[in-house]
Unconditional design. Structure first.
Length: 105
């Protein structure tokens, strides 16, 4: 059974146990998505031909702009999402640099 199949809407949670179970389910899904994202980061490190192309400021700005739009559409506070995405992007860039160096030595 997937995480989405077992989802209980927040409004249907009657106890803190219900709420915590659903938060744990969401956290598992987030980690799975982050792991999937990292796979693409590692593939990018293999595809890119030079180390300088790992950090792409235009792409970073595009990600942040898209996140802002997604937050507005989802009703999620951008003030919460922005620092999380900044940490995610910087962490992924660091990982991509390390992966690039290991593959292109």
């Amino acid at each position: 059974m997937s995480a989405q199949e077992s989802a209980v809407p927040a409004s249907a949670c009657a106890t803190m146990s219900d709420v915590r179970r659903e938060i744990d389910r969401v956290d598992r899904a987030i980690v799975e998505l982050l792991a999937e994202r990292l796979g693409y980061i590692e593939r990018a490190a293999a595809i890119k031909q030079n180390r300088a192309s790992v950090r792409d400021e235009a792409r970073i700005a595009d990600i942040y702009a898209k996140v802002k739009v997604l937050c507005a559409a989802a009703g999620f506070p951008h003030a919460i999402a922005e620092p999380m995405f900044r940490a995610l992007v910087e962490g992924c860039i660091a990982h991509e640099l390390k992966t690039f160096d290991a593959k292109h030595v």
